[in-house]
Design a protein around this ligand. Structure first.
Ligand code: ADP
Length: 184
């Protein structure tokens, strides 16, 4: 069973929901950079204060900052435990940095799940969620940032034979079954 996984897809595609579900059924560490950053904002740490305004604009927090968060969590994992990264990497520089970190740890990625969904559906879902960075202008900006900076990762992982697309329309259970079927 593959247990070092990465979830890719636009904001609103349901990465967080599916990642949480899968991590709990498979006993994986769920690492969401978005959740970790929001937790830092909530406690008002120096890191959180640095991230807050950037997140509210729908832009990406610095690579160095998110990489430090991810490195700290992954270093604490024993090889074989398994993990699921959600919301990271978000650009090519982060993907390269992740690849070298994982090579160092001897824990390469085994599968990248790409959740695919139409923009109209994404925007509707995000608007109904009502998080601080979920107003329409910021959502549109997050989608642009996704297209420009994150979507190139689709090709990056396809070229490395790791990418599996999943249709992210349907019930949470249906989508969950499609993902589980890819774990082998
Ligand atoms: P969504 O999937 O809806 O875009 P996330 O919770 O993954 O939401 O991320 C929310 C915000 O946190 C992003 O818009 C960005 O500002 C910041 N963020 C999360 N992950 C990263 C990352 N890997 N690199 C830079 N910024 C990030």
């Amino acid at each position: 069973m593959k247990n070092r996984l990465l979830f890719l897809g636009p904001p609103g595609a349901g990465k967080g929901t599916q990642a949480e579900r899968l991590a709990s059924t498979q006993g994986l560490l769920h690492l969401s950079t978005g959740d970790l950053l929001r937790a830092e904002v909530a406690v008002g740490s120096a890191l959180g204060q640095e991230a807050e305004a950037v997140m509210a604009r729908g832009e990406l927090v610095s690579d160095a900052l998110v990489l430090a968060i991810v490195r700290q969590r992954l270093e604490g994992q024993s090889a074989g435990d398994g993990w699921l990264l959600d919301g990271f990497p978000r650009n090519l520089a982060q993907a390269e940095a992740l690849a070298s970190l994982l090579a160092e740890l001897g824990q390469p990625i085994e599968l990248v799940v790409l959740l695919e969904l139409d923009d109209a559906v994404l925007i509707q879902r995000l608007l109904s969620r009502g998080r601080a960075d979920d107003n329409e202008a910021v959502i549109r900006h997050r989608l642009e940032v996704y297209r420009e900076q994150t979507a190139p990762l689709i090709r990056y992982y396809r070229e490395r034979d790791l990418l599996q697309p999943v249709e992210a329309e349907g019930s949470v259970e249906q989508i969950g079954e499609r993902i589980t079927a890819l774990l082998g």
